[in-house]
Ligand binder design. Sequence first.
Ligand SMILES: Nc1nc2c(ncn2[C@@H]2O[C@H](COP(=O)(O)OP(=O)(O)O)[C@@H](O)[C@H]2O)c(=O)[nH]1
Ligand SMILES: [Mg+2]
Length: 311
Amino acid sequence: MSFFGRLKAGLGKTASRLTETITSVVTKKKLDQATLDDLLDALVMADLGMEASEKLIKNLKSKRFNSEVTEDEIKETLAEGVAEILAPVAIPLTPDPNRTPFVVLMVGVNGSGKTTTAGKLAELWQSEGKTVIMAAADTFRAAAIDQLKLWGDRTGTEVIHGAPGGDAAAIAYQGLEKAIHASADILIIDTAGRLQAKQELMDELAKISRVLGKKDIDAPHATILVLDGTVGQNAISQVKAFHEATPLTGLIVTKLDGSARGGIVVALAEQFGFPLHAVGVGESKDDLKPFEALDFGRALAGIDDNAADAD
Ligand SMILES: Nc1nc2c(ncn2[C@@H]2O[C@H](COP(=O)(O)OP(=O)(O)O)[C@@H](O)[C@H]2O)c(=O)[nH]1
Ligand SMILES: [Mg+2]
């Protein structure tokens, strides 16, 4: 299925709630203030956040106020507005070939999809002919190390790991040493995500960065916050907490295939402006897709696009 198809299936619930509102309001034919207020509520309910929602309604108002509108026109205008907000953040993650090994630190709360996304990135970059090594710096649970090793097997990527309960920063350091020694292009470091032990986690992430800096002053070159797209507004506080712990360079939002709350992506773009490098649309190794602003806007607005589904 295409990016658009997957997204549309995933965003279906958000889109249908929105489109139900659109359908019910446009029976009035003219786009009046009451209709705009109802649409604003629907956007906020769909997790787009107040600022982005107001911006979208203002845009709709300036283009269409008091004129006769069809359902499709409202959807198209919303989709374009959403795409305008998202276009500046739709920036793929491109490892700098002049800074090797390019060190990518994966951070995020438990279950957000860090390990899975690390595996998907390894697959992507190796398919481009780059050499990748992964380091299992989530040393908290044995299962976390095994899970990354499984992704290593699945993608043919070497995984540096230690014993459960070991020092995360030491594993990250060993990973970097190994990547330098092997002249690898990229090192991906998976980390633990115990946000409930916030201070501990912050200390651990700070230590990882500090220790990496001893080998390569610029490392990590990218610090990616992995967010579960189904958590809605909670994603906002996760961005704040992690950015405090370790400066973020970009975001990846996962589970947009199963999400009823994809609108959060719009709120994130409006509020923070961090690059949104890619989105997760499934559990297998090829289910990481570059983010496409217009496709996303159209899926969110519930526009049927059969041509795009077919590719
Ligand atoms: N449907 C779906 N599931 C995902 C996606 N990304 C991760 N998952 C699943 O979410 C769960 C947690 O992922 P994991 O990588 O272990 O999260 P971590 O704790 O942050 O490392 C696993 O069952 C993954 O298969 C995605 O894009 N779509
Ligand atoms: Mg993990």
